[in-house]
Design a protein around this ligand. Structure first.
Ligand SMILES: Cc1cc2nc3c(=O)[nH]c(=O)nc-3n(C[C@H](O)[C@H](O)[C@H](O)COP(=O)(O)O)c2cc1C
Length: 225
C-alpha cells in the first residue's frame, strides 16, 4: 500500500537569520521520515524599518531569507499535519511577531482547525541561561490553547553525553552569540531529532484508520469538545 503523504510545516520568525538556519535543520530531520513533505516558511516582520535600525549587512541577509523562504499563511498552518514553530529569544520570551501571527488564528481556533495536530518548538538565543526555556514554554501555551499536541525531546534520546548542551526536553535550542557562533554537530543533531519526532508523530496521528480505537477517540473529542 502506498504511504500517505504527511505535510510538515516548519514556521519561523527571524530578525538576523540564525533562526532560519536552525529551521533548515529541523526540516532535514522531518524529511528523514518516509512520506513526509516538508516546507519551511517565514513569519513576516511587523516592525517598521526605523524600529529595526539601520544595518545594511542585516538588511542584505534578510533580503536573501525573504527570497529563499515564502511567507507563511494561516492556510499553510491549517493544511499541515504537523508544525514546528521557531523563534529568536526576545526579552526572555518568544518574538511578538510570532504572537501576532498566532493571534490571527482566532477563526481557525473557533473552528477547531488545529486540534490534534502535533506541534514542536525551537528557539535561538544570544547566550546560555537568558530565557531559552522560558521562550519555548511560553510559545507552547498558545499552541495548547489551539488544541495542538506538543512534541518534545525526551532525555534518553537527547542526552548522549554529560556535556550535551543543545536543546532541552521542551524543544531545540541554539545559542548563537547573535550570529557569532556556528551551529555544531550537537546543535544540528538535536534539531534534526525534533524534526523527526514531529514528522513521526504527525504520521501516527494522521493514520485515520477506522479500526483504530485511538484514532476514533481523537475524533470523538473533536465532536464533543
Ligand atoms: C529585542 C531583542 C531582545 C532579545 N532578548 C534576548 C534575550 O532575552 N535572551 C537572549 O538570549 N537573547 C536575546 N536577544 C538576542 C537574540 O535572541 C539572538 O541574537 C538570536 O540569535 C536572534 O535570532 P535571529 O538571528 O533569528 O533573529 C534579543 C534580541 C532582540 C533583538
Amino acid at each position: 500500500m502506498e504511504k500517505k503523504k504527511i505535510k510538515i510545516l516548519v514556521l519561523f520568525y527571524t530578525r538576523g537569520g540564525c533562526t532560519a538556519d536552525f529551521a533548515r535543520e529541523i526540516g532535514k530531520g522531518a524529511e528523514a521520515i518516509a512520506g513526509a513533505e516538508v516546507s519551511i516558511k517565514r513569519i513576516p516582520e511587523i516592525l517598521s524599518r526605523e524600529a529595526l535600525g539601520h544595518d545594511p549587512e542585516r538588511a542584505a541577509r534578510m533580503d536573501a531569507i525573504e527570497k529563499e523562504f515564502p511567507e507563511a499563511t494561516i492556510e499553510d498552518l491549517i493544511e499541515a499535519d504537523g508544525v514546528a514553530f521557531g523563534t529568536p529569544v526576545h526579552f526572555g520570551s518568544f518574538a511578538s511577531q510570532v504572537k501576532h501571527f498566532l493571534d490571527q488564528l482566532t477563526l481557525a481556533w473557533h473552528q477547531q482547525k488545529l486540534v490534534n495536530k502535533p506541534a514542536a518548538v525551537f528557539c535561538v538565543g544570544h547566550g546560555l541561561h537568558s530565557g531559552e526555556e522560558a521562550a519555548l514554554l511560553s510559545l507552547i501555551i498558545p499552541l495548547l490553547n489551539l488544541g495542538m499536541i506538543p512534541v518534545g525531546i525526551p532525555y534518553p534520546i537527547q542526552s548522549d553525553a554529560h556535556d550535551f548542551d543543545a536543546g532541552s526536553p521542551y524543544g531545540a535550542i541554539f545559542i548563537s552569540a547573535s550570529g557569532k557562533r556556528e551551529m555544531n554537530d550537537m546543535d544540528k543533531k538535536v534539531a534534526q531529532i525534533l524534526g523527526r519526532r514531529l514528522a513521526s508523530m504527525a504520521t501516527l496521528l494522521s493514520c485515520g484508520c477506522d479500526a483504530c480505537g485511538v484514532c476514533q477517540e481523537l475524533t470523538r473529542t473533536l465532536k464533543h469538545p
